[in-house]
Design a protein around this ligand. Structure first.
Ligand SMILES: Cc1cc2nc3c(=O)[nH]c(=O)nc-3n(C[C@H](O)[C@H](O)[C@H](O)COP(=O)(O)OP(=O)(O)OC[C@H]3O[C@@H](n4cnc5c(N)ncnc54)[C@H](O)[C@@H]3O)c2cc1C
Length: 390
């Protein structure tokens, strides 16, 4: 029985899948253990992945051809992200997929930010989370006040992640307060802030045990002066911009989780078939066999949820709750698969010599970033109850 994605079965996707798999076999998988052990991707290895990804046509595949990207459809990107998800962000994030928010660049911003990112000459970070404002985005303290035509930015961000030190960050900051039907609400604006700007300090953050070698940064802003041309999109519309991107981001997380679950389930199956106790393969014990069956059911369901959400996105009808369902279901499915696989492996599941403990550690993050499971459930609950006025 195969656990491949039921949505991969088109001719174009077959070719794409073959390209991505060949790339991963040659450029990514051989380095996984070293990166996890050392907690670093040597910069020359990162640059090599980057340049070979460009040669293979995988770099910026998510962005439209009109800006120099690969112009792949969302369903094709789901196929790719699912393959990338089998391995570590520390490695596959070097195959750049610049954030689609940058498509909001206009005027000089195109040449300064968007196009260099598409070509892989610049790297960006997406900086929303703050030490005191994680799930509670509106609790953000970062703010920018007007000074003539300029803006003066103050505040801090943390957990802002990427493969390497970026060239600039997309920073979300409050630029005022709106009165709404539900009371006062912060106006949030997205700014493009270059590394090296006076008053902008960026340094590596704490080391994470998921995806070792994938960096996260702490950003601090002290009276950073920004010109009006450093606003991305419109003043006060930053969260709308972020929201558009976060929805698809959650679907890519879902696709990644399915890929990783397929890989882990393959390893669990092999072990269950070959490890013998009491004179027979442990898979013959119902406690093990039923675990495999439940994993297979969960994975197929998750793949179908991703497929449904991608179809909705392609029909331009993706709601926040659709993306939230994908995020919460796929990441929790992966959590169960990873944990059950450690159990099936027994003590060997926790030994550094085997990849199970790494895949288990890596899987844990998926329920936290891009909005925790609890926050996804809030989004779904709101969509259910709000039409009833609750
Ligand atoms: C490795 C890594 C990389 C990241 N990369 C980025 C990045 O590039 N850019 C970026 O902006 N952010 C990034 N993040 C931040 C990430 O999105 C946040 O960690 C996440 O949104 C949760 O915020 P928090 O960690 O502050 O947890 P908290 O918000 O403090 O939550 C702690 C716990 O309380 C629960 N909780 C909070 N509020 C509620 C509620 N109302 N109801 C029920 N439960 C609640 C949460 O679900 C969670 O279980 C990254 C995080 C990590 C760990």
């Amino acid at each position: 029985m195969t656990h491949e994605n039921p949505q991969d079965q088109t001719h174009e996707n077959d070719l794409l899948l073959a390209t991505v798999r060949a790339f991963m076999e040659a450029e990514i998988y051989p380095h996984e253990d070293m990166v996890d052990r050392t907690g670093e991707v040597p910069p020359e290895l990162g640059r090599q992945i980057e340049s070979r990804a460009k040669a293979a046509g995988l770099y910026s595949a998510n962005l439209p051809e009109s800006v120099g990207g690969g112009g792949l459809s969302k369903s094709a990107m789901a196929v790719i992200e699912r393959e990338y998800g089998k391995t570590s962000h520390a490695l596959h994030s070097w195959i750049g997929r610049p954030t689609e928010i940058l498509l909001a660049c206009s005027g000089d911003q195109l040449a300064r930010y968007l196009l260099p990112c598409v070509r892989g000459e610049k790297r960006e970070l997406f900086a929303l989370t703050e030490p005191e404002a994680g799930s509670d985005v509106m609790g953000m303290k970062s703010n920018a006040r007007r000074d003539g035509d300029d803006w003066i930015l103050n505040g801090s961000k943390h957990f802002i992640s990427g493969p390497c030190m970026p060239d600039f960050a997309i920073v979300f900051a409050a630029t005022g307060v709106d009165e709404t039907k539900r009371g006062p609400r912060k106006r949030v604006t997205a700014f493009l802030v270059d590394v090296g700007t006076k008053g902008f300090d960026i340094r590596e953050g704490n080391r994470c045990i998921s995806y070792r070698g994938y960096k996260n940064y702490q950003l601090a802003f002290s009276d950073v002066r920004l010109g009006p041309d450093q606003i991305l999109g419109e003043e006060g519309r930053g969260l709308e911009l972020a929201g558009k991107w976060l929805g698809m981001g959650r679907i890519w997380v879902g696709a990644c989780c399915c890929g990783k679950a397929e890989r882990i389930l393959g390893l669990a199956t092999e072990w269950a078939a070959n490890r013998r106790q009491f004179g027979q393969p442990i898979g013959n014990f119902q406690a093990t066999g039923f675990r495999l069956a439940d994993m297979a059911i969960g994975l197929r369901t998750a793949d179908l949820l991703v497929r449904d959400a991608v179809a909705r996105a392609e029909a331009e009808n993706l709601q926040d709750a659709d993306a939230a369902m994908v995020k919460v279901y796929c990441s929790e499915m992966l959590g169960r698969v990873a944990d059950d696989t450690v159990q099936i492996y027994g003590g060997m599941g926790l030994m550094e010599e085997l990849p199970i403990q790494r895949l288990w550690r890596d899987s844990r993050l998926e329920r936290i970033w891009d909005g925790t499971s609890e926050i996804q459930r809030h989004i779904i609950t709101r969509a259910i109850l709000r039409p009833l006025g609750a």
